[in-house]
Write a protein that binds this ligand. Structure first.
Ligand code: PRP
Ligand code: MN
Ligand code: MG
Length: 196
């Protein structure tokens, strides 16, 4: 029987590491939003696992979903972001916590922050499992970070390659032979300096 785990070069954040990060971030959010009822805005599809694990550690909160997609297409590197599925509630005057699995170029996040502010959100903060700061093309700050992640092809725990691997319980580096079979001999070295 095929095993997804065999496609992974190396585990970066184990299931236990992620559980600890979710608890740390969730408890911090519970403290910071004490006495308020924020809307947790989970960004489909990648952020679903992180969202449900973090929110278990929080207090009164609503949960909503949004789906955006960014096109970093070959010719036009304009990086347009499309609203694919809008959230279904009025957010005027509300405190919003955007939940992401990863912030890379920052385009998706910047787009959502502007959208929510234009709709009258009282506050907008972001909690992301991974912050790939080296990937940033536009300015976008992650307020609550699970892990600072280096530039590597990471999958698992929500993160996909061609819609697969989201259901791995950990985050790992995908073997090059999976996404670039022509250059399978190139070894990617990844420097991990755990910050938490
Ligand atoms: C990925 C990821 C973030 C976004 C980050 O989502 O889950 O939402 O891209 O990239 P950025 O900082 O460069 O904008 P994707 O659009 O692939 O959809 P998915 O969550 O359904 O995989
Ligand atoms: Mn996403
Ligand atoms: Mg994706």
């Amino acid at each position: 029987q095929p095993d997804m785990n065999n496609d992974i070069e190396r585990v970066l954040y184990s299931e236990a590491d992620i559980a600890k990060a979710a608890k740390r971030v969730g408890e911090q959010l519970a403290a910071d939003y004490q006495g308020r009822t924020p809307i947790i805005l989970s960004v489909l599809k990648g952020a679903v696992l992180w969202t449900v694990d973090v929110m278990r550690h929080m207090q009164y909160a609503e949960v909503e979903f949004i789906d955006v997609s960014s096109y970093n297409g070959g010719i036009s590197s304009s990086g347009n972001v499309d609203l694919v599925t809008d959230l279904q509630t009025d957010i005027n005057g509300r405190d919003i916590i955007i939940m992401e699995d990863i912030v890379d170029t920052g385009r998706s996040l910047k787009f959502m922050i502007e959208l929510l502010k234009n709709r009258g959100a009282k506050s907008v903060k972001t909690a992301s499992l991974l912050d790939k700061k080296d990937g940033r093309v536009v300015e976008a700050t992650v307020d609550y970070v699970g892990f600072d992640v280096p530039k590597a092809f990471v999958v698992g725990y929500g993160l996909d390659y061609k819609q697969l691997y989201r259901n791995l319980p950990y985050v790992g580096v995908l073997k090059r032979e999976v996404y670039d079979p022509q250059h399978a001999d190139i070894v990617d070295t990844v420097d991990i300096t755990p910050n938490h």
